[in-house]
Design a protein around this ligand. Structure first.
Ligand SMILES: C[S@@+](CC[C@H](N)C(=O)[O-])C[C@H]1O[C@@H](n2cnc3c(N)ncnc32)[C@H](O)[C@@H]1O
Length: 284
């Protein structure tokens, strides 16, 4: 079969399995098999594939048809322009979290300090911690998670981006991962925020492949946010900021949770589809 023929066949198969953007996904999988950039396929539509190449593609397309995320199949994703490893132990970083990273590094850069420190609480793949360390070369970053498997991925990503010497990793439940008395200029977190009852209705790529502890935020999705609101102030330096991601529709509830704990909410930022998703606060 030619490149164009396998793309068409794979597209039909993936469409039948309910995969979004099936043509794009088919092309990305074929590009992975051939080890070429996707656009390169357009220059070789008539090329006849070797049997091993079609076999390899068939296997990847089958996996995608079972709704395994593309990022798991290719083993990586792009976050703030950084190529990061991902697997079934970590949430696949989402575009809205890039906004949190950007707000974080802008805040740290404005401190203009040789001693700026940041915490990424619930680091998963390490995407926030690594992006902060890359963009703020003077900053020291803590990355914590309850999952040892997630921390292994985060360490891999720190090493790949050459920032291992500026990231400390800590395993534990919430702030218990940190030595008492540690204080940060910035605490950034993308906590789990899906209400438990809504998990079953998520797309299979998320429901079946993102780790459950990365999704499940309890009854209203804000259990972990409540803990952060109650405990984070003790870990902030004077003038420090708390930046939290939250789910679509949770903005008012989260603001109320923070204000009860005496936080001053400075800003709520919207994602690329204009939905409020990031809250910035300082201790009151
Ligand atoms: C929504 S994911 C975010 C991962 C990553 N920061 C990102 O933005 O892609 C939440 C992360 O919090 C971690 N987590 C869940 N409960 C935790 C707890 N009690 N203490 C520490 N980390 C926790 C999960 O293992 C997961 O890696």
């Amino acid at each position: 079969m030619t490149v164009l023929e396998v793309i068409k066949k794979s597209t039909e198969f993936l469409a039948g399995k309910g995969v979004e953007s099936p043509r794009l996904q088919a092309e990305l999988l074929l590009a992975q098999v051939l080890g070429v950039p996707r656009m390169n396929l357009y220059l070789q539509f008539e090329r006849v594939l070797a049997v091993e190449e079609t076999d390899a593609l068939r296997e990847l397309v089958r996996r995608r048809g079972r709704r395994e995320p593309l990022q798991h199949i290719v083993g990586s994703t792009s976050f703030c322009g950084l190529e990061l490893a991902v697997n079934r132990h970590v949430l696949v970083p989402r575009p809205e979290t890039e906004l949190l990273a950007e707000l974080g590094w802008q805040f740290l850069a404005a401190l203009n300090s040789e001693h700026a420190t940041a915490l990424d609480l619930g680091t998963g793949s390490g995407c926030l911690a690594v992006a902060l360390a890359v963009h703020c070369p003077a900053a020291r970053v803590w990355a914590s998670d309850v999952s040892a498997d997630a921390l292994a991925v985060a360490r891999t990503n720190a090493a790949r981006q050459n920032v291992t010497d500026r990231i400390h990793f800590g395993q534990g439940d919430g702030f218990r991962a940190l030595p008492p008395g540690t204080r940060f200029d910035l605490i950034a977190s993308n906590p789990p925020y899906v209400p438990t009852a809504e998990i079953a209705a998520l797309e299979p790529e998320v429901r079946d492949y993102d780790p459950r502890p990365a999704l499940d935020g309890g009854g209203d999705g804000l259990d972990f946010h409540r803990r952060i609101a109650a405990e984070a102030a003790a870990f902030l330096k004077p003038g420090g900021r708390l930046m939290l991601e939250f789910g679509d529709g949770q903005s008012d509830a989260l603001r109320a949770i923070l204000e009860i704990q005496k936080w001053i909410v400075e800003a709520v930022r919207a994602d690329y589809s204009q939905r409020p998703r990031i809250l910035v606060a300082r201790a009151g």
